[in-house]
Design a protein around this ligand. Structure first.
Ligand SMILES: Nc1nc2c(c(=O)[nH]1)N[C@H]1C(S)=C(S)[C@@H](COP(=O)(O)O)O[C@H]1N2
Ligand SMILES: [Mo]
Length: 418
C-alpha cells in the first residue's frame, strides 16, 4: 500500500479519522502504525515512535455498556447529590445479606448512618491505594471497550473495617438503580477472591480514578468496582451496596443473560488495519491488537488461505495451518490517555521505579502487533489472525466456547490483483 495520490489535507484527514475511529474502539496506538505503515510502507515503524499515538484510552473515548433509565450521571446535580452519585454525598453499604445468616460486627450502612463516605475512602487510599492497567472488555462483544489505568482501594480493606465474623462465602454487589428492582445491575465474587489475590493478579478495587482523573459518571463514578481478571460485567458502576452472604452461588445479572460468569479474560487477536485489495508485488501491511487474557500472550500469528481452499472439518480451529508470526510491538513510551506528558504515575503495579513494565505483554492489557504480507500470487484470499498464549496454546483454545467470552479467530478478505 503506497500513499494514495491525493492532497495532503485529505490524506491527513483520512489518517485523523481512522485514528479517531480506532481510539473509539480503545485501540488508539494501532492508528499510528496504520498511518505510518501506509505512508512509509515500513514494517519497522512502531506506534511508540509516533507523538500522537496513545496507548491508554481517554475516559470519554471508551465504548460504553450501560443500563438504567434515567442514567444516574444524566440527572441534574441536585438529584445526583441526593442519590449519592457525587463524591460529596457518595456512601457505600457493607452489610450482611438480610436473607442469610452472615454475621458482621460493625456493618457500614446508610440506614444507621455508618456507611463508608468518599472521605473515608480517601483516608484509606492514603495508605492502601493501588494502580494498575486493565482493558475493559465485554464477554459478548468482539472488540475491547477501552484500555485504562485504574486506581482504587482494595475492596478487602473496606470489608475488614466492617468486622466480618462468620458465615461468609460470597459478596453480592450492585450499583444505583433508581429504586427499581428491574433496573438493578448486580454481580458477585467468592469472598476468597476478594481477601486474597491469585498469584500474579491485582486486587479487586473500589475504583475512583481512571487515567489519573476522577472517575466520571459515565465511566461509573464516583466509585465503581474493578475486577482485574474478569470481563466487564463484574466491574459494576455507580456502586452503592456490598452484601456479605453465606449463599454459595452467584446471582449476577449476567448469569440471567446466559453467560458463563466464572470466566477469566481470554487471550485473542483482532485485525485493525488490513487493505482489502493490493497489487501483485506490493507489500501488504497488516496490523492489529491482541487482548491479553489470563493465559498471557507469547505470539500473534497470521495465515493467508486461498479463498476456495477447503479446510478439513476435523480441524475447525486451523491448528494445522501454516501460520506465520507477526511482530508484537513493545510497550509504549508515551502512554497518552490524559496523563501529564503521557507519563505513568509512580507505583503502577508491575512497573519499575523508572516507569517501565517489568514484563510485556502484560496480562489483562492490550498489545499492538503488525506484520507485512509479501509475495502473494494474484487471487482471492481469506486472512486470519490468532494468538498463542504463554503455554503455547493457540486461540480459540483452550476455551473456545462463546458464553465464557468471545474469542473466535478473526478473519478478513484480501484480493491480490495481477
Ligand atoms: N451499574 C452498572 N454497571 C455496569 C453495567 C451496567 O449496565 N450497570 N454494565 C457492565 C458491563 S456488561 C460492562 S461490559 C462494563 C462496561 O464498562 P464501560 O461502560 O465503562 O466500558 O460495565 C459493567 N458495569
Ligand atoms: Mo458487558
Amino acid at each position: 500500500m503506497k500513499r494514495p495520490n491525493i492532497s495532503p489535507e485529505i490524506y491527513n484527514q483520512h489518517n485523523q479519522v481512522t485514528r479517531r475511529y480506532l481510539i473509539g474502539l480503545g485501540l488508539s496506538g494501532a492508528a499510528a502504525i496504520t498511518a505510518e505503515s501506509l505512508k512509509a510502507n515500513d514494517p519497522k515503524s512502531s506506534p511508540a515512535d509516533d507523538p500522537d499515538s496513545e496507548y491508554l484510552t481517554p475516559s470519554k473515548e471508551f465504548e460504553t455498556v450501560e443500563r438504567g433509565n434515567p442514567l444516574p450521571y444524566k440527572l441534574p446535580l441536585e438529584e445526583r447529590l441526593k442519590i449519592g452519585m457525587e463524591r460529596k454525598t457518595w456512601r457505600l453499604d457493607i452489610i450482611p445479606d438480610p436473607d442469610s445468616n452472615t454475621k458482621v460486627e460493625s456493618p457500614m450502612s446508610r440506614e444507621i448512618n455508618t456507611a463508608l463516605s468518599f472521605k473515608d475512602l480517601m483516608k484509606l487510599a492514603d495508605e492502601k491505594s493501588v494502580k494498575f492497567l486493565k482493558v475493559m472488555t465485554c464477554n459478548n462483544m468482539q472488540t475491547p471497550l477501552g484500555m485504562g489505568l485504574w486506581e482504587g482501594v482494595p475492596l478487602r480493606d473496606v470489608i475488614w473495617k466492617s468486622k466480618p465474623k462468620e458465615n461468609i462465602r460470597r459478596a453480592f454487589y450492585y450499583g444505583h438503580h433508581n429504586n427499581d428492582p428491574k433496573q438493578k445491575f448486580q454481580s458477585s465474587l467468592p469472598i476468597g477472591r476478594i481477601l486474597e489475590d491469585p498469584p500474579g493478579d491485582h486486587p479487586v478495587i473500589l475504583c475512583y480514578k481512571l487515567n489519573g482523573q476522577w472517575l466520571s459518571g459515565k465511566r461509573g463514578g464516583p466509585v465503581r468496582m474493578i475486577v482485574p481478571e474478569a470481563y466487564g460485567f463484574k466491574s459494576v458502576k455507580w456502586l452503592k451496596s456490598v452484601f456479605l452472604t453465606n449463599e454459595p452461588a452467584a446471582n449476577d445479572t449476567y448469569a440471567d443473560g446466559n453467560n458463563d460468569i466464572d470466566s477469566w479474560m481470554k487471550t485473542m487477536s483482532l485485525f485493525i488495519h488490513k487493505p482489502d485489495t493490493a497489487k501483485k508485488g506490493q507489500t501488504v501491511p497488516v496490523t492489529g491488537v491482541a487482548q491479553v487474557g489470563v493465559g498471557g500472550l507469547s505470539k500473534v500469528q497470521v495465515w493467508i488461505k486461498p479463498k476456495n481452499k477447503e479446510w478439513p472439518k476435523e480441524d475447525p480451529y486451523f491448528t494445522k495451518a501454516p501460520w506465520k508470526d507477526a511482530k508484537i510491538l513493545p510497550a509504549p513510551n508515551d502512554w497518552g490517555g490524559e496523563l501529564p506528558e503521557g507519563k505513568l504515575p509512580k507505583n503502577v503495579r508491575f512497573f519499575t521505579e523508572k516507569g517501565k513494565p517489568k514484563h510485556w505483554p502484560m496480562r489483562y492489557t492490550i498489545a499492538h502487533w503488525a506484520t507485512v504480507l509479501e509475495d502473494i500470487e494474484p487471487g482471492e484470499y481469506t486472512v486470519y489472525c490468532r494468538t498463542i498464549d504463554d503455554k503455547g496454546i493457540p486461540q480459540p483454545l483452550p476455551r473456545p466456547f462463546r458464553k465464557s467470552g468471545r474469542n473466535a479467530i478473526d478473519e478478513s478478505p484480501l484480493i491480490i490483483q495481477s
